[in-house]
Design a protein around this ligand. Structure first.
Ligand code: CAA
Length: 241
């Protein structure tokens, strides 16, 4: 039986590419989204991948959503915690709401996504937890105290889960994308993107979502079983850990 993969934020941006790549590898994929019904419907029409709507920042919603996925598709073997938001502002202008929204979605959202699937993975002695972190969790970023904190936190989560899951056949790894050509990056003021960001990428270009999706497909596979607690950086040589 094909393994089941859950991708949060799986209908747009990097998540969309991940959902499609995992489907192409033969997984039964479920993709979640938070708000854009129109885009989710178009995604399902194009790919045949089922979508589920819930807010990853809410534990009860996540748990209920995951139970629904498991009832409809099967126990989740691979979980890709990808959903994330930005609320960029220089620190002196960052509001407590901008801080909290990003922490709740990007960091607590990972807890809320992985915690409900973890007991099943432990019982079945197999699991792949893949968290989409960011180059900006590794190096920090002007205007992203909130976002960088969450993405650095993701790395702490996978390193700890790796140790807890290893003997139960579960791996936990992170992928740190650099600047990828998605709506999130295109929302950066064009002047800032062209003058401050692209010149810092030795590859001289933004990455493609598919370049991240291929890393995830590898981490999801049986072949990656001894890679645990790692971070794959895919950033066009912009930053080395
Ligand atoms: N480094 C140094 N200085 C910077 C800077 C940077 N990266 N970005 C902006 N500045 C400077 C500007 O040059 C300007 O300086 P002056 O006042 O001397 O002209 C000043 O900061 C702008 O200050 P403002 O108070 O006007 O800032 P603002 O309220 O307009 O907001 C910002 C600035 C929101 C941080 C904006 O610059 C921005 O969006 N920057 C991009 C942040 C970023 O990289 N976000 C990543 C989004 S993509 C993503 O998150 C995906 C991923 O994982 C990679």
């Amino acid at each position: 039986m094909a393994r089941v993969a859950l991708v949060t934020g799986g209908t747009r941006g990097i998540g969309e590419a991940i959902s499609k790549a995992l489907k192409a590898e033969g997984y039964n994929v479920a993709a979640t989204y938070a708000g854009n019904d129109e885009k989710a419907a178009a995604f399902t029409k194009e790919t045949g991948i089922k979508t589920y709507k819930w807010n990853v920042a809410d534990y009860a919603e996540s748990k209920a959503g995951i139970e629904k996925v498991e009832a409809e598709i099967g126990p989740i073997d691979i979980v890709v915690a990808n959903a994330g938001i930005t609320r960029d502002a220089p620190f002196h202008k960052m509001s407590p709401d901008q801080w909290k929204e990003v922490i709740d979605t990007n960091l607590t959202g990972v807890f809320n996504t992985v915690h409900p699937v973890w007991p099943g993975m432990r019982e079945r002695k197999f699991g792949r937890v893949i968290v989409i972190s960011s180059i900006n969790g590794q190096k920090g970023q002007f205007g992203q105290v909130n976002y960088a904190a969450t993405k650095a936190g993701d790395l702490g989560i996978v390193k700890s889960l790796a140790q807890e899951g290893a003997r139960a056949g579960i791996t936990a790894n992170a992928v740190c994308p650099g600047y990828i050509g998605t709506e999130m990056v295109r929302a950066i003021p064009e002047e800032v993107l062209n003058s401050k960001i692209i010149p810092q990428i030795p590859a001289g270009r933004l990455g493609e979502p598919e370049e991240i999706a291929r890393c995830v497909a590898f981490l999801a596979s049986d072949d990656s079983g001894f890679i645990n607690g790692s971070t794959i950086s895919a950033n066009g040589a912009q930053f080395f850990v």
